[in-house]
Design a protein around this ligand. Structure first.
Ligand code: NAI
Length: 509
């Protein structure tokens, strides 16, 4: 299909010259559009223009664009003194304060100024597109165009349709975002759209693990990074985003879904907000950012003796990687056929990968008291930390044997309190569950859900592809077990995951 993108000759209005408006303007001006800024605050537009021009100069100095292109792009930026100056725009992007009534009023005024063919876009990160458009004479022309911060660097743009949005108008913005070098995905206007909805469990499961004393924040962060492959763990990420902002998004998604327990905000985070411990910006959140503060250290098991008798079971990816990692150690490793999901036996201790039950429950069910669970890795060949938990029925030698095994295989080992699903498995299962629900409810397709999470929040793998990789039947089992253990609706399994298991099909079909 030929591109429906707006021609670079189309002038663009941007209302709100703050962090997002300036970022979007930079992208549009670099793509060749004349950009006209309007801001309620005196001098804000001029200030934003000067900032973007400095960015262009900087890029030219670094050879990222030619000096001529930088100069031309700078000259395409204009400050508008009043809304009337936006009359001839082909697109107006709104990036003002996050308030429904203020945004509605703005678009109603714009309707009286702009031509009938002008497209209206809102960069709202949480307000319903349907609500913003309601009351317009022509709500069909209003589309969500949700950039991520910083807009010039983040590739993702969610193109969101409200109930009244014309699909062809959404298509124009989709192709325009592409022409601007972005990777757009379509979404339906539902709370949190894609990214802010699907990402909730990343924070929520971390907070839940902390609340249940599974480990401290530094240890959970280290596991999510070094085993899960996430760029940042949940606590350092929340500290960076700011707890006021992160908590507000969680609350707004939770309320918008009529208090669905899946999105239940955390009391721990509420306490931080109430204390004014907002994260990096106040130098205090989960971590202390004062200059004198020492860096947080993850709990890591002391060196344990090398195990003597090692048998690795089956041909799973975890098993094969473990054998390869042990190959250089000189330790003798026996191979044996798969045996009831047992990954390895070490000096009489059985090690299983988590299936969402606690080690204690699994020991009770199997009658094996010397039982240890291990977590799942993004990449079993290269992960540098392993999370384990030990059944309460086991004696101290079980922890020693499992620690010795994983240390011999090159992992730092963190032993968690015996919570169900450990840390990475539980987080990935819940991310996949949320993504699957969004797909099941027609918010977006599976590919868009994964693309959005990789590009919007830098996840190392899309949650649905990751679930397929682990095995959707296993993810289903983990979620069922979490639900059984806690007896909470929070862990109910998405219909899409259930149906995929019954059909024997992956989530990415
Ligand atoms: P900001 O506070 O940096 O900038 C907002 C600008 O809008 C200010 O310059 C303000 O003077 C101006 N403004 C406020 N009301 C106005 C009005 N009625 N008419 C004209 N100008 C007005 O805010 P930021 O962070 O740029 O956010 C803007 C929008 O983008 C919000 O809807 C926000 O939810 C959304 N968003 C923010 C992201 C972020 O990470 N900051 C990410 C994605 C979306």
């Amino acid at each position: 299909m030929s591109s429906r993108a707006l021609s670079p000759r189309t002038p663009i209005g941007i209302i709100g010259a703050g962090a997002m408006g300036a970022g979007i303007a930079q992208v549009a001006a670099a793509a060749g559009h004349a950009v006209h800024f309007l801001d309620a605050r005196d001098g804000a537009a001029a200030q934003a223009i000067a900032g973007i021009q400095a960015q262009f100069d900087n890029m030219a100095a670094k050879g990222k664009m030619s000096a001529k292109a930088a100069q031309a792009a700078s000259q395409r930026l204009h400050a508008a003194a009043s809304m009337a100056e936006l009359a001839s725009m082909g697109l107006v992007v709104e990036a003002i304060v996050e308030n429904l009534e203020v945004k509605r009023d703005l678009f109603r005024q714009l309707e009286t100024v702009c031509s009938a063919s002008c497209i209206f876009a809102t960069n709202t990160s949480s307000i319903s597109i349907t609500s913003i458009a309601a009351g317009l004479n022509n709500p069909a022309r209003l589309v969500g165009m949700h950039f991520f911060n910083p807009a010039p660097l983040m590739a993702l743009v969610e193109i969101i349709s409200g109930l009244a949005t014309d699909v062809s108008v959404a298509g124009v913005l989709f192709d325009t975002a592409k022409a601007w070098g972005k990777i757009p995905v379509f979404a339906k206007s539902t709370p949190g759209f894609i990214v802010n909805r699907v990402a909730r469990p990343f924070y929520a499961e971390g907070l839940r693990l902390l609340q249940e004393g599974a480990a401290d924040s530094a240890t959970i962060d280290a596991i999510l990074r070094e085993l899960g492959g996430f760029r940042m763990g949940p606590f350092e990420l929340m500290d960076m985003i700011g707890h006021d902002v992160n908590f507000a998004v969680t609350q707004s998604v939770w309320r918008a879904f009529y208090n669905d327990p899946r999105f239940l905000p955390s009391l721990i985070q509420q306490e931080l907000v109430e204390a004014g411990y907002l994260g990096k910006k106040t130098k205090r959140g989960f971590y202390n950012y004062a200059e004198s503060a020492s860096a947080p250290v993850a709990h890591t098991q002391a060196t344990a003796p090398c195990p003597k008798d090692i048998t690795v079971h089956g041909e799973s990816r975890a098993a094969t990687a473990l054998v390869t990692r042990l190959a250089n150690t000189g330790l003798k490793v026996h191979r044996a056929p798969a045996q009831q999901e047992c990954l390895a036996q070490v000096d009489g201790v059985r090690i299983f990968q988590t299936d969402g039950r606690t080690a204690t429950l699994r020991a009770q069910v199997t009658g094996v008291s010397q039982l240890v669970l291990c977590d799942v890795a993004l990449n079993h060949d290269t992960a540098t930390r392993m999370a384990i938990s030990v059944a309460q029925q086991a004696d101290a030698s079980a922890l020693q044997a499992a620690t010795g095994l994983f240390q011999a295989a090159g992992y730092a080992v963190s032993c968690l309190r015996d919570v169900p699903g450990l840390a990475v498995m539980r987080t990935v299962a819940m991310l996949a569950n949320e993504a699957a629900d969004a797909v099941n409810q027609g918010v977006c397709d599976a590919l868009s859900a994964d693309t959005a999470m990789r590009l919007g929040v830098n996840y190392p793998r899309g949650p649905l592809a990751w679930a397929d990789d682990i095995g959707v039947a296993h993810i289903h089992k983990v979620l069922k077990h979490l639900g059984d253990f806690y007896g909470e609706d929070r862990y109910r399994v998405s219909p899409l995951i259930q149906q995929s298991v019954y059909a024997g099909k992956p989530l990415h079909v």
